[in-house]
Design a protein around this ligand. Structure first.
Ligand code: ADP
Ligand code: F6P
Length: 324
């Protein structure tokens, strides 16, 4: 028989992402509707280790669905990487009566969730990261808002780039993954998209492409450069020297992580939060909620972490084809 869950803990971990608040709200309210108590664990695994745990009720998640960031705060916690840290975390769950926990974060956070599940705390992961770099899911909480934020910023850069007939390199986030870059490449009609998964460091080819574009009458040349490649400022300097075309670099940075979540992020995060509560009520543990092939599903965390994700080659080729 499945163990009856009486108290659920919820935490956000790793980089914050717009929509995390919608997920927290959903976990809290869906659980309370089922007669389950909810505790908010602040500052990711740090708060679990240091006992920064608060009681939550339906009103404690009022007025947050539209807010970026996370009301529970988030952190990266080195101490939780060690067996001692993990034991303290699991013991604190026991002390606080937490028998189920929802971890909202990326792959790293799921590795922490795995350890809690091994220690006997029923654990469910929700994919929360702007990077979209979680293999088991086609959607992660925050990606939609982040790409829309980046897209709007790049549109503005395009205006000034065209007016000055410049080349512009725009560096977007994504850690080692190129999903934000690829989506912006398509959405902003960029002439070049540099992805860590694809870029071969052939800067001469890039330079030739810029010169060709200018000969064809292009008034700007937008290059979306993924954070995983980086070095946008140096690249701009070298391109300007080689082409004679004024070139500027803009690193969009943390603005991509903030802001009010899009409708999609609010809705999907809400569904995922309630789904996690359902799984805990069914006695499930060591699972991650995902959105795959048009449906909300769940996977074993070990299996999810072993999956690999590829850049969509058709979309990558299309981004180049459509901007010629
Ligand atoms: P994300 O969850 O966005 O991938 P990180 O990789 O920084 O972000 O991971 C967030 C936190 O998850 C880490 O700071 C750490 O506390 C925890 N974590 C990451 N990897 C592990 C691991 N192998 N074992 C236990 N905890 C981990
Ligand atoms: O994972 C989200 C993300 O914003 C990545 O795109 C970026 O590489 C990283 O977090 C930055 O992390 P930090 O907030 O620790 O600088």
């Amino acid at each position: 028989m499945a163990k009856e869950i009486k108290t659920i803990g919820v935490l956000t971990s790793g980089g914050d992402a717009p929509g995390m608040n919608a997920a927290i709200r959903s976990v809290v309210r869906a659980a309370i509707e089922k007669g389950i108590k909810v505790k908010g664990i602040q500052k990711g695994y740090n708060g679990l280790i240091n006992n920064e745990i608060i009681d939550m009720d339906k009103r404690s998640v009022a007025d947050i669905i539209q807010r970026g960031g996370t009301i529970l705060y988030t952190a990266r916690c080195m101490e939780f990487m060690s067996p001692e840290g993990q034991k303290t975390g699991a013991d604190n769950c026991l002390k606080n009566g937490i028998d189920g926990i929802v971890v909202i974060g990326g792959d790293g956070s799921f590795r922490g969730a795995q350890k809690l599940a091994e220690a006997g705390v029923n654990t469910i992961g929700l994919p929360g990261t702007i990077d979209l770099d979680i293999a088991c899911t086609d959607y992660t909480i925050g990606f939609d808002t982040a790409v829309n934020t980046a897209m709007e910023a790049i549109d503005k850069i395009r205006d000034t780039s065209t007016s000055h007939e410049r080349c512009s390199i725009i560096e977007v986030m994504g850690r080692n993954a190129g999903y934000i870059a690829l989506w912006c490449g398509l959405a902003n009609g960029a002439e070049d998209v540099l992805l860590p998964e694809r870029y071969d460091n052939d800067e001469q080819a890039l330079i030739n492409h810029i010169i060709e574009g200018r000969k064809k009458g292009k008034k700007h040349h937008l290059i979306i450069n993924a954070e995983g490649i980086g070095h946008s400022t140096g690249m701009a300097r070298r391109i300007e020297a080689a082409t004679g075309i004024e070139t500027r670099a803009t690193i969009l940075g943390y603005m991509q992580r903030g802001g009010s979540p899009t409708c999609k992020d609010r809705v999907y995060a809400s569904v995922m939060g309630a789904y996690a509560v359902d799984l805990l009520c069914e006695g499930k543990s060591n699972r991650v909620v995902a959105y795959k092939d048009g449906a909300f599903v769940d996977y074993d965390i070990d299996e999810a972490l072993a999956m690999k994700k590829e850049i969509d080659n058709y979309q990558f080729l299309l981004s180049s084809l459509l901007s010629r």
